[in-house]
Write a new protein. Structure first.
Length: 315
């Protein structure tokens, strides 16, 4: 496999990123192009094909496959994009078949968290582990489950929506409509929104100064930075989010008994200083007597997880 290369493609609502990935998971020849998501299906496809053309060798020589991360809902078995909210150009669109027609190569399509989980298992922080739970924490919380080295898709391809596991039936309503999802408590967006509400309600905090703007400029990372500087409100918000994550992950350990838990995403850096504390808390909360043995580690791939994940789909 090391002698082969793959093209990994990460499709978002505003951009498409593509890169050439070798058999060791190393990325080269990256490119980003604009995604035309609000026009015709063909224009959306053209954005994807354009990104691939910038990184793929002439006629695809030496390329073993093209893997594409795309927003769901989608069907990973057929490579059909169903009806993603931020890609209105595609409704029941056969993306894998359309790309395969252009390049005559194997093409795989899956959602970003599933693919990123596979990349971490193949080449990253979970390398050598067969059973992996991956969480990407950023605007929301996405998860991927690897069983025996393969993505667990469930019956219909919709498994792995761990960010919408509820931990509080009386909690705030998540964007999905369910009360108390972990996403509504511990995503970067949720942390920032709580900080803004507290400050707008009159709680004193240095976060506005740290953000160099008004309350609307506060992000999850700003909350983390202010907590590091000793801001009382920021420390309280982060501490409570850490508690929520530990509770959620204790449920995951009891449910899946993974070899390792990998945390990625833009807000992961906020939680990294608390990994040891979280592991201890998980061990106390979990029924599993071996919960303390499950490593909690940072993902190898950051902003490039979609490119690496797309490539991993082809391995």
């Amino acid at each position: 496999m090391r002698k082969r290369s793959f093209v990994g493609v990460d499709v978002g609502g505003t951009k498409v990123a593509a890169g050439l990935v070798n058999g060791d998971g190393e990325i080269s020849a990256q490119v980003r192009v604009a995604m035309v998501a609000d026009s015709s299906p063909q224009r959306g496809l053209d954005s994807v094909l354009s990104s691939i053309s910038h990184v793929i060798p002439h006629q695809g020589e030496g390329i073993a496959g093209i893997g594409i991360c795309a927003p769901g809902p989608l069907d990973p078995k057929t490579g059909v994009i169903l009806n993603p909210p931020n890609l209105p150009c595609w409704r029941n669109f056969p993306l894998a078949a359309a790309v395969r027609k252009k390049y005559s190569l194997p093409v795989k399509v899956d959602n970003d968290a599933n693919a990123a989980a596979l990349a971490e298992a193949r080449w990253g922080a979970a390398r050598e582990h067969r059973n992996v739970f991956y969480a990407t924490i950023g605007t929301g919380i996405g998860t991927g489950i690897i069983f025996d080295g393969k993505i667990y898709h469930g019956r219909t391809g919709s498994a792995g929506e761990g960010g919408h596991v509820s931990i509080d039936r009386n909690g705030p309503i998540c964007n999905c409509g369910k009360p108390g999802c972990i996403e509504i408590f511990a995503s970067g967006t949720a942390i920032a929104q709580r900080a803004r509400r507290e400050i707008e309600a009159g709680t004193k905090s240095s976060m506005v100064e740290v953000a160099h703007g008004g309350a609307e400029a506060i992000t999850g990372l700003i909350v983390g930075k202010a907590a590091d500087l000793g801001d009382r409100l920021a420390k309280k918000i982060v501490a409570e989010a850490v508690e929520m994550l530990a509770l959620w992950l204790s449920n995951i350990v009891d449910l899946l008994d993974p070899d390792v838990i990998v945390i990625g995403g833009g807000a992961a850096v906020l939680y990294q200083p608390f990994f040891n504390e979280m592991r201890k808390r998980i061990a106390k909360l979990a029924v599993n007597p071996h919960a303390s043995e499950v490593p909690l580690v940072s993902a190898r791939y950051g902003a490039d997880s979609g490119i690496a994940g797309g490539a991993a789909l082809c391995t």
